[in-house]
Design a protein around this ligand. Sequence first.
Ligand code: CA
Length: 447
Amino acid sequence: MSALDLDETHDPARTSWVDVDERSDFPIQNLPFAIFSIDGRTPRIGVAVGGRIVDMRALAEAGHLDDSIDRSVLCSSSLNAMMSVTRPRRRALRRRLSDLLRNGGDPVLREMPGALCDTRDAKLHLPAVVGDYVDFYSSLEHASNLGRLFRPQGEPLLPNWRWIPIGYHGRSASIVPSGTDIRRPCGQRKPPDADAPIFGPSARLDIELELGFFAGPGNELGASIPIDRAREHIFGCVLVNDWSARDIQAWEYQPLGPFLGKSFATTISPWVVTLEALEPFRVPGPTQTPPPLSYLAQREPENYAIALAVDLSDARMRERGMASATISRTSFAAMYWSQAQQLAHASSNGAAVAAGDLFASGTVSGSLDGTQGSLIELTENGTRPLHLPDGGERRFLEDGDEVTLRGRCERAGYRSIGFGCARGTVLPALPQSAARGDAYGELAQER
Ligand code: CA
């Protein structure tokens, strides 16, 4: 096992002249990227430190960044071009940013106050134009729990699961940034005692707590990404909520897998935490039995120690000013299939991966009570409701529920960093006529 690949930007003693709260997710050791705008102006690339955003375009135009990354990349309105930059150049940029922001570093940024803004004044957008979106199914506990619920008579794990990082292609056009409201989907479902399916609003709307990665430079069509080089092809990570309509999913998923039960909305956190920032938290994953085939055999630790949590509040709790309830706490470190294995597998047939493609992990679940990343697991398919602090019960999501995912890396000897959050509030389903499409006109008029 080789040592971690660390440099001065990971030094826990390094501090910024920007005021950073001790509990902030964004100390100088993190430096995540997002796309932000102020007052409706053209979106641009920003880097977070504490509660402030560094305007990368302003820095680039002032000539304060290394010329090894083309200025048009730094002045873009999405991160796709930045994600396609090679890892050594991305590292050089990180070192430069860290030096501009550290106490005792290059003072030029301090002398251009217009290059920093307050996060509260900014609107955060999707970080990249997501060309392709894949969702894996890489937690052994989640796959086993769902197998038991969906196929109570059979083996929980299908025979291929321990050999293949199972995944499916999702809908990239339905990916939304944190803060976007989520409309309860309508769809076809078959109540257990009915002879025929019905169409209507999902009655079993759920969440899936996941971590996703944005692809970096990618590969040519016909080539593949070897597992030993997978990390060079990963730009960074975000929190992902793969909203799921369990009743639609249960009726439609065989034989081709998830479709409309998943494709109506996927929320991601806006700040992309780079793989360089995550390096101190890289850890070995669980032992894999049987050993994976050689193209999936990893020689280095490829998991990340990230504590994840899900908070839920209903409309009544928010009206009363009550804090949200944490309904799940789990760890990403125990995921069976790593991101490196996912990427090596996804490209093993020569499929092209492009910068800005999003790969989500699958629901992150542990084996203990309260460590599962979905309501269907936490409530045992709705049979054991969760109790909310205002006296309410939850089996599945109700209209008005607000769900917030959080993630934070902690390891002795290193400065903790975090992901911010991925939040969404459930809106009631559209009236049936509107959902069927005859209200296209009405919706257009609303806009
Ligand atoms: Ca999922």
